[in-house]
Every structure is written in C-alpha cells, then in structure tokens.
Design a protein around this ligand. Structure first.
Ligand SMILES: NC(=O)c1ccc[n+]([C@@H]2O[C@H](COP(=O)([O-])OP(=O)(O)OC[C@H]3O[C@@H](n4cnc5c(N)ncnc54)[C@H](O)[C@@H]3O)[C@@H](O)[C@H]2O)c1
Length: 468
C-alpha cells in the first residue's frame, strides 16, 4: 500500500503547502540498500558521563565502520568520553560545534544519581541540532533492575523519559533515538544492538528501550550472511510481514521453511521459490499442526534454529457484538498456536542450541484498541509468554517479541480511510512502517551475536503515540 501523502509532501510544492497549512511533513526514511552497506558512516560523536563503562567497547565497535569517530570534550562531566579510544578526535563542546553528525552516542552506564544527569544536557544541548536527517541517537545505560542504590536506579530510569522525548524531537527529520540498558559487565553483548540501532535497518524503530543481559560471546562468522547455516520457520509467510521476514532471513543466509494455510499455497510457493526455501501448507490452529510442523522439520532439515511466529488475524467487533468464533479464532491463531508449536519442537528436541524464538505482538496488545478486545488480549498474552519463557529457556536459546505499529500491509489496507490515515501519521516519524522494518528487527534478534538480547518487546512503530 503506497503512502501518497508522503510522496506529495516531499515535492517542492507539497512541502510549501504542508508548511503553510501546518500539516505533518514526514521525512523519507533511508532503509538498507545493500547487505554489505556499512552500518554507519559520516561523523559519529561519542560522549560519556562519569564512571562510563561502555565507551571503550563502543569505540571498538565503531572502529569496524568507516565512520569518523569523535569524542566530546571541554565539559568536566564528559571527561570519560576520552575512553572511546585514541582513534577518536576530541570535539570541544564549550565552543561552537561545526558540521553534522550521523549519530550521537552517549554512555550513561556510570551515572550514579540525579546530579550526574547534567552530563546528558552537557552532551546533547550543543549537539542535538547538528544531528543530520535520518540520524541516530543511542544512549547506553545500566538496567535499573540491576542497580543496588535508589539514586542510581533513579538516574538510570530517567534515561527512558529522556530518550523517548529526544525521539519525539528528532523524528520530524526521520531520525531516531533509542536506549540500551545493559546488565553490569554485559558490554561484550553490545555489538549486534549498537550496529542495528545505528544502521538503516532500524529506520522505523524509535523511542525503544532494550535490555541486554550477560551471555556467552558469539559473533556471526559471516558479516554479510550472519544466518548462514541456520534453518528458520516463518509462519504466515505468504504475504505481508511474513513474506518480508522470509526474504530478509534468506538474504541473511538462512534456509527458510515458510508456512501458511492451504488456501494460499500458490502465493506461499512464490515466496519460498524465490528464496530457495521450503513451503509447508498448515493451519496452525489445527490440533495436528504442532506434530505436522515438527514432522516436516525432522524430515526436511533435521532441526530448526529460528522460529518466527508471525501468522496472525484480526476479527474486530466491540465486545458486546462479538460472535464467539471471532473470540476463539483470534486467541487460537495469535497466541495458543505459538505456545503449542514451541512445546512440540522443544519436546522433540528439534529447536537447536542457541536457537531464537520471535513472536509478533502488536501495539494493540500494549495499549488496547477499540473493537479489538480479542486481538489485544491475544497480543498482550504474547508479551506475557515471551517474558516468562525468557527466564526458562536454556542452551543459549532466546525469545523476544516485536510489537509492530502501523505497517503498510493488506491487513492495514483493509482499514477504513480515516483510521488508516490516523495510524500512519500518529507517530514521531509521521508515516507507516514497511514490512521490511519488522523483518530487519527480527534479523537483529536472530543474529548469533544477539545472545544477550532476551525477553524484550521492541516496538517497530515509529514511536506511535498509541501506548507507552
Ligand atoms: N500490519 C500491521 O500493521 C500489524 C500491526 C501489528 C501487528 N501485526 C501482526 O503482524 C503479523 C503479520 O501481519 P500482516 O499485516 O502481515 O498480516 P497479513 O494478514 O497480511 O498476513 C498474515 C498471514 O498469516 C496467515 N495466517 C492466518 N491465519 C493462519 C493460520 N491459522 N495458520 C497459518 N497461517 C495463518 C495468513 O494467511 C497470512 O498469510 C500478524 O501477527 C499481525 O497481527 C501487524
């Protein structure tokens, strides 16, 4: 579904008309063009508050990119910015800052109390207006749940409000701001998340907070095809977000088993043929489905590494008008089936060590939505399932969820015009996302280097105003 307004408003006449009428002026988002594209280019400025623990790691991650590395200087509160490494050139923030930055990164891991928050102001106040269009703001803090003292937890929690507000301020230029909360000594797990959030892959992800825990260090052996040798199961793969997930995981090297209902087999076959994958016709609500899927995997690939529960349906009606089968079907497809499939795959030891399970929730599951008691109930249940399973899974297996906002698919094309337009514009980037935006986020979860990313619910919603 194309967004005509986005195209019009980016013509010279459209831009002037939108400005004079006070209409939103969404900036075109730069998405990944080539798989071997550097994750960041241009000038990247790193700042660090007192006691910074991640700056050296960030410096070495950026050292693998062609970006020009710079570090903040001049303010006593930013003295630790020099930990970024001796390859970084100092930029004095007490005098006029020249040029534009493609990214501003701030290491807040050492902030011990509210008095230390001044370092955020000292770093961002002179630089935020120098952030280029489609720029990236990334703040790294310590997970408040791991802070022993209340002032430290307060300072670390404060980062969430700060980053979410920055995201709202920079969104009109197509820029994003996100926060990584790491566990103590988990800086060796930052690599895949720093790369993702600085890159064009996260174009539609903004205002998000990701928890990064301790895990064994794992790196993708092939940076262009990080999923080489992995087998992925993608449900609902014949169209929309599912087709984009299948294509993206295949692009990253995985062998994909695409699954969908028998009625859409021809479409599914088109998707899987194009990526040299395998097609499985199956209704996931069929009571024989978990066994059928497990048998197929056992026979065709001998196991699976990545399980992506994408299939979903909406059956909207206000609760008093909702027929029984709307309720039952929506819960069965969006929630129950995922749990039963995982149970069978694990019971038969088909989910391999260091596997990844990714579930699709929705912002409706976070905020609720009129006429969607059934859907929001199921998508909220997905979050509960992910959070509980993340604590139980062993052998390096992780589970995370994506909660998409308004994504341009057949599901959203079927919405009434006014609701569709509102969904598109009511976010910090003033536009809908594309299926590939969800798929890229799933690629990041699935990376072998994302072992420390577990139990998260990341919204791919352009920081939708709906929900928190
Ligand atoms: N499009 C959005 O804006 C949006 C927003 C939030 C969440 N989501 C979620 O993202 C996922 C994909 O959404 P989409 O927009 O691509 O939807 P879509 O309707 O275009 O595709 C869903 C796919 O799931 C398949 N499916 C449905 N029931 C199935 C069953 N019983 N067994 C097997 N396959 C089944 C369908 O045939 C279809 O191919 C869904 O879980 C949806 O709830 C989408």
């Amino acid at each position: 579904m194309s967004d005509l307004y986005l195209k019009l408003v980016n013509t010279p006449v459209g831009k002037t008309a939108a400005q004079s009428l006070g209409l939103p002026s969404p900036a075109p988002l730069k998405r990944l063009k080539r798989v071997d594209q550097p994750f960041i280019e241009g000038n990247v400025l790193v700042g660090a508050g007192p006691g910074a623990k991640a700056a050296a790691t960030v410096g070495s991650i950026l050292g693998a990119s062609p970006a020009t590395l710079l570090h903040a200087s001049g303010q006593p509160s930013l003295a630790d910015s020099a930990l970024t490494g001796n390859k970084a050139k100092a930029v004095d923030l007490t005098s006029e800052v020249e040029g534009k930055f493609s990214a501003l990164i701030f290491d807040a891991t050492g902030l011990k109390g509210p008095q230390d928050l001044r370092a955020l102001y000292d770093f961002f106040h002179p630089t935020i207006r120098k952030l280029a269009a489609n720029g990236r703001v990334l703040v790294i803090g310590q997970d408040p749940h791991t802070c022993r003292k209340a002032p430290q937890a307060a300072a670390q929690q404060a980062l969430e409000g700060f980053v979410r507000s920055v995201a709202k301020e920079v969104g009109k230029k197509g820029s994003t701001a996100n926060l990584l909360w790491m566990a103590p000594n988990a800086d060796n797990q930052l690599d895949s998340s720093v790369r993702f959030f600085l890159s064009a892959r996260s174009a539609y992800v903004s205002g998000q907070v990701v928890r990064i825990g301790k895990a064994d260090v794992a790196k993708a052996s092939n940076p262009v095809a990080p999923l080489a040798g992995k087998v992925a199961l993608v449900t609902g793969a014949s169209r929309g977000i599912g087709a984009a997930i299948a294509e993206t995981l295949a692009r990253d090297g995985a062998t994909v088993i695409g699954l969908d209902i028998p009625a859409v087999m021809a479409d599914l076959q088109n998707v899987t043929d194009a990526i040299k994958g395998k097609a499985l016709a199956c209704d996931i609500t069929d009571e024989k489905a978990p066994k059928m899927i497990a048998d197929f995997i056992a026979k065709e690939t001998g196991g699976v590494d990545l399980v992506i529960h994408n299939a979903g349906i909406t059956r909207d009606k206000t609760l008093g008008n909702m027929p029984e089968h709307f309720w039952d079907m929506t819960i069965a497809v969006n929630l129950t089936a995922e749990e039963l499939i995982d149970e069978e795959l694990m019971h038969r030891e088909l989910l391999r060590n260091n596997g990844r399970i990714v579930c699709i929730s929705s912002i409706s599951g976070i905020a609720g939505n009129f006429g969607q008691t059934n859907y929001a109930c199921a998508k909220s249940g997905v979050i509960g399932y992910v959070e509980a399973m993340a604590k139980q899974l062993k052998n390096g297996i992780t589970i995370n969820a994506i909660a998409p906002g308004f994504i341009e698919t057949q599901m959203t094309a079927a919405m009434p015009f006014t609701i569709r337009e509102a969904g598109r514009r009511m976010n910090s980037l003033s536009q809908g996302g594309l299926p590939v935006d969800v798929a890229e986020a799933i690629g990041w979860y699935c990376s072998p280097a994302s072992a420390g990313v577990n139990g998260n619910v990341v919204r791919v919603c352009g920081q939708s105003l709906i929900g928190k």
